[in-house]
Ligand binder design. Sequence first.
Ligand code: NAI
Length: 331
Amino acid sequence: AKEPVRVLVTGAAGQIGYALVPMIARGVMLGPDQPVILHMLDIPPAAEALNGVKMELVDAAFPLLKGVVATTDVVEACTGVNIAVMVGGFPRKEGMERKDVMSKNVSIYKSQASALEQHAAPNCKVLVVANPANTNALILKEFAPSIPAKNITALTRLDHNRALGQISERLNVQVCDVKNVIIWGNHSSTQYPDVNHATVKTPSGEKPVRELVKDDAWLNGEFITTVQQRGAAIIKARKLSSALSAASSACDHIRDWVLGTPEGTWVSMGVYSDGSYNVPAGVIYSFPVTCKNGEWTIVQGLAIDELSRKKLDLTGAELCEEKELAYSCLS
Ligand code: NAI
């Protein structure tokens, strides 16, 4: 039998946490034959709710779930974890300045970085979900220098999946037949959902999305803004932000990272930029990646047209600006 994998979920008493932990315990993240031990962290005001989640995990009698640690102690939460999904953070409240929100999250991610660095299992893989996701991940990377930069990532898979969903709806095809969209840049409204290399499986072979949609105005306009603003549309409809789709995408992100992407398919991940495609280096930027043997590689050599170039640069500039703001909170 396989040894259990320890998976940390921070902010586990929150909305995404509530959707995510049962998925992990069911094998959605790591596969149906991989036992797991869940580590759940939240802050003291949420301790009672967190314990309630633990009670429900016991009640659900998940065969793969070999243990649950529910705690408000960061060290206990981080000890021995192989995978860390960072969902906990400080949300922007009405009337708050961006700098104030950034400052709260910088201090959270700085201290959790140290705890992970000192107590997580070697080669722990980290996924940051909490916003500002890319910059929280960057802070985590900076303050956990002994964790390899390639092990620290941010979630843009939800945006990637949203783009697949929009194309599938528009063309009235199965979402599983659409692939290779790209989310470039920041998980924010400046992100660039790019369909220039996306294809659809049809009875007569794989066809480019642009050729099938036959409406560049839609693809260059409404499609992009719909994906960029989908989060706000969900809040308007649900009066709560996306949780089930965020949790599901977090599972997709880790699963593909650990188990590999299918041949001929790439996915989007926020990773530490090496300056590929002439975007800024040293920020967590979302790229198209393939994964094999537990490691991601940026897909190289894709043609970038003029419109795309501008959008890659715009979202890159925003990330540099966020990085500066985050650093200004440190001093
Ligand atoms: P929520 O407010 O329901 O849950 C957040 C939880 O984090 C709360 O239980 C809170 O007590 C906890 N928390 C706060 N500070 C903490 C700390 N220092 N350590 C541990 N836990 C802490 O929020 P929800 O809806 O679950 O969203 C979580 C985050 O995910 C938000 O930042 C949200 O903006 C972000 N998000 C990111 C997405 C992405 O695609 N990257 C998609 C959707 C949401």
